[in-house]
Structures are given as C-alpha cells and as structure tokens.
Write a protein that binds this ligand. Structure first.
Ligand SMILES: Nc1ncnc2c1ncn2[C@@H]1O[C@H](COP(=O)(O)OP(=O)(O)O)[C@@H](O)[C@H]1O
Ligand SMILES: [Mg+2]
Length: 241
C-alpha cells in the first residue's frame, strides 16, 4: 500500500473516489469512476435512471462495498460504514424522507443532534436554516411532502457535517420547491455530494458535475462545460429533450 498523502496536500483534501467499480453478479453498475469532492464544494452526479447514481451514493455511505477501486478522506484510506459516517463528519439524506411518524419535527431533528453529539440548540439552528421552524411542534405525517423533505435535511444538517450526501433531494418536488432547495444547498457551509436526476437543480448549484451513463463516466466538468458536451447531449440531455 502506498503511504497516504499528508492531509495538508490540497489535492487530497476532501473525499476522493479512485477508479471505483461495482458489480452486482453479472451487472456492472459502476465502471472505473473517479471523483473528488473538495472541502466546501458542491459536486453533482447526474445520469439517466439506472446510470449508477444511487450505487455511487451507497458506496460513499458504506451500504455497497466496491468491487474495485479506493476511497480516501483527506488523503487517508477510507472504508465507509453507515454507522460511522457521523464520526467522520459525513451526513446524508436518502431518497424519500424516512422521518419518525410518532415524533414531532423538532424531536426528529433532536434525534439527529443527539446521535451526532450536538447540543439541542443546534436542532433549532438546523430547523431555521431549512425554513421549518414554524412546523417544529407538528407531526411530520400531516405536513406537505416538500416540508418533510426539508425536515429530513435539517436532521442531516444538525450534525454540522463537513460533507453532506444527498440522493435525489428534488424527487417529488415542484419547480418552485426545487428552486428553493437550490438556494438552501447553495448557502450550505459544508461540501455537498449531490446525486440527482433533476438537471436544473444540478446545473444551478454544482461547482462540478460528473455524468454517468450505464455506470460509466461520460463527462466531467463545470455546469457550462457539461451543458455543451456532445456526449452528454447525446446520452442524457438529448433523451430528455
Ligand atoms: N443491490 C442491487 N442488486 C442488483 N442490482 C442492482 C442493485 N442496486 C442497483 N442495481 C442495478 O445497478 C444499476 C444502477 O442502479 P442505480 O445505482 O440505482 O441507478 P440510478 O440511481 O442512477 O437510477 C441498475 O441496473 C440497477 O438495477
Ligand atoms: Mg437512484
């Protein structure tokens, strides 16, 4: 094994995926995917359904062990485990919502605070940031879907992560709600890995985008570069138009 680079090397800061491959039996879900999420940056992964976005997300969360490739955090080798993410300063939301129906909004977010060893006041901060303070004492079941998604985001943010992982946060939201979500994400102090089918959101908030198609990287660049990339237009934008 090569020695990990010192954490002060700016090229190794943050999360790096190096030549990740994932097979499910005979199916190649990810093939030679490399990606870096530097501190404070927002990096998007897009691609059509089945492209391997959630698989990539699950690799970072530790739900899926890659068949090949390596992951580093600040230059140090990382084998992610779901229950250890918080300790590493990594928080996530999943596709859908997943709140506790019997707990209020505030209590749901407090669960996240407790889990991350944060003080209860941090729950209020997270609610405020996500614009759901007025709903603090409501049960999530009676709230609109978009509000519940914001509560789930607050529960992730309460840990004050340095890296936030989002899988399809725009799923099920209307255009205005997606625009609001975009503003919220843009204002976050942490790094973000955004796995998303919804092109407008990714284009609006990401510093850098990786495009997957059938598990393979087909393009990597700034939103402006991605928008005009012929392979992307053919594989993804063309199909969506
Ligand atoms: N646990 C699994 N077992 C077998 N195949 C899987 C599993 N998870 C995902 N796949 C397959 O891997 C491919 C990529 O899926 P996924 O990562 O969910 O794509 P996306 O999130 O981009 O829609 C798909 O063909 C999917 O059917
Ligand atoms: Mg998915």
């Amino acid at each position: 094994m090569t020695r990990p680079a010192p954490a002060t090397d700016p090229d190794s800061d943050g999360l790096s995926l190096h030549r990740i491959g994932v097979r499910f039996g005979g199916l190649v879900a990810l093939d030679d995917v490399s990606l870096r999420v530097p501190p404070g940056r927002t990096v998007g992964v897009i691609g059509p359904n089945g492209a391997g976005k959630t698989t990539l997300f699950n690799v970072v969360c530790g739900f899926v062990t890659p068949t090949t490739g390596t992951i580093t955090l600040d230059g140090r080798a990382l084998r992610p485990r779901p229950h250890r993410l918080a300790r590493l300063g990594i928080a996530r939301t999943l596709q859908g919502v997943g709140l506790f129906g019997g707990l209020t909004v505030l209590e749901n977010v407090m669960v996240g605070a407790e889990h991350a060893g944060r003080r209860p006041e941090s729950a209020w901060e997270a609610l405020e940031r996500c614009g759901v303070t007025p709903q603090a004492h409501a049960l999530p079941g009676g709230l609109p879907y978009a509000v519940r998604k914001r509560v789930a985001l607050a529960r992730a943010l309460v840990a004050q992560p340095r890296l936030l992982l989002l899988d399809e946060p725009a799923g099920g939201l209307g255009a205005d709600e997606i625009a609001e979500l975009g503003e919220l994400i843009t204002g976050l102090p942490c790094a973000v890995l955004l796995v998303e089918h919804h092109m407008d959101l990714v284009m609006a908030v990401c510093d850098e985008i990786l495009v997957l198609d059938f598990g393979k990287p087909v393009a990597h660049g700034t939103p402006a570069e991605i928008r005009t990339d012929q392979a992307v237009v053919d594989a993804y934008l063309g199909a969506a138009a």
